[in-house]
Ligand binder design. Structure first.
Ligand code: SAH
Ligand code: SF4
Length: 336
């Protein structure tokens, strides 16, 4: 088993079978996490890049089975920030020192590519990188966003198990989601994807395929989060994903894609106290603090009890674990 970890650390390559073996054996977790931490340090250093997350609309036309923002959930108060509010929030984040703002929302048809382009252009005047997480669009729409100056895009594949994908998104197309990711790459976005860990019926083999997909896409960023059940969704009665397994998927991803950016996800911190630190010491090098105004933040309930981190305690915490805050845009080193 140690040989496999050694191989991954040196060659950044594993077969599906080898990944499956690592994911199945919990006696090697500490060694795996330490190897991922070393690879993180060697390839992307001790800097942690902070991204200011603005959740600008919780209105969504889709019906992903796991998500509290799904259109059919009537037990949620919906909101949409105005373009002015979004730009104002970005300004506050930039003044705090953030070098990236992430604009995330449900798939809200009000925010057309043209309207988003106007917002992006205003924010780009503030000398900051802009990341979008606004869901599936056409090549032409993504191009409008890129031409407006957007730098990066996050779109998780969620699961590469096509059958499971169909079950969890009956009205959506797995092929289209993949098409989106390849279009984003083609357009020159730093492209982020990722998966949920612990979805009902998800197998270890499927998680191994997820990791191999990240490599095949040559993703620039990968976000991995444990599934957390939300009571107002069809998956409300299922159990949450396993935290350790999610960290293992993340750690193996770091070994196989050494130069990419990997966030310590909010879902990890929500599931386990100190989850963020464990992630940062097992391959992660990014944190995305939420800067959305508090009144709206609580309405953006993708899953329950989502934690937020206070900026000054985060800085203190990073210092304690021997890490520094990234001073530049924190672009993916995968693209150099
Ligand atoms: N609408 C956009 C962005 C918002 S959702 C999109 O879907 O891409 C952002 C991420 O939240 C999703 O990619 C999904 O992986 C995650 N998510 C949704 N429901 C979740 C749950 N119940 N537990 C953990 N993560 C969840
Ligand atoms: Fe909408 Fe994204 Fe939630 Fe799916 S995961 S319902 S697209 S906000």
């Amino acid at each position: 088993m140690e040989k496999l970890i050694e191989k991954a650390e040196k060659e950044h390559c594993l077969s599906k079978e080898e990944i499956t073996v690592l994911l199945s054996d919990n006696s090697i977790n500490t060694e795996l996490f330490n190897a991922a931490d070393r690879v993180r340090k060697t390839f992307v250093g001790d800097e942690v890049h902070l991204r200011a997350l603005i959740e600008f609309s919780n209105i969504c036309k889709r019906n992903c089975f796991y998500c509290g923002l799904r259109a059919e959930n009537k037990n949620i108060e919906r909101y949409r920030l105005t373009p002015e509010q979004i730009i104002e929030t970005a300004k506050i984040a930039v003044e705090l020192g953030y070098k990236t703002v992430v604009l995330q929302s449900g798939e809200d048809a009000y925010f057309t590519a043209e309207l988003l382009a106007k917002i992006i252009k205003q924010i780009k005047k503030m000398d900051v990188a802009v990341t979008l997480g606004v869901g599936e669009m056409s090549f032409e729409e993504y191009k409008i966003l890129k031409d407006a100056g957007a730098d990066r895009f996050l779109l998780r594949i969620e699961t590469t198990d096509g059958k499971l994908y169909k079950k969890l998104h009956p009205a959506a197309s797995f092929e289209n989601r993949k098409r989106c990711l390849y279009d984003l790459k083609k357009l020159g976005f730093e492209t982020g994807t990722g998966c949920l860990v612990g979805l009902p019926e998800q197998t270890i083999e499927a998680l191994a395929d997820d990791i191999l997909f990240f490599k095949e896409l040559n993703a620039d960023m990968i976000g991995i989060g444990p599934f957390i059940p939300h009571k107002d969704t069809p998956l409300g009665n299922f159990t949450a994903g396993n935290f350790e397994l999610a960290v293992k998927v993340m750690a193996i991803t770091r070994l196989l894609l050494p130069c990419i950016n990997i966030p310590a996800t909010t879902a990890m911190e929500t599931l386990v106290k100190n989850g963020r630190n464990i992630a940062l010491q097992s391959g992660a090098n990014v944190v995305m603090p939420n800067v959305t105004a508090l009144d709206y933040r609580k309405m953006y309930e993708i899953y329950p009890d989502k934690v937020s981190v206070d900026y000054s305690s985060l800085l203190e915490n990073l210092k304690q674990i021997g890490r520094t805050v990234g001073k530049d845009y924190g672009n993916s080193k995968n693209r150099r």
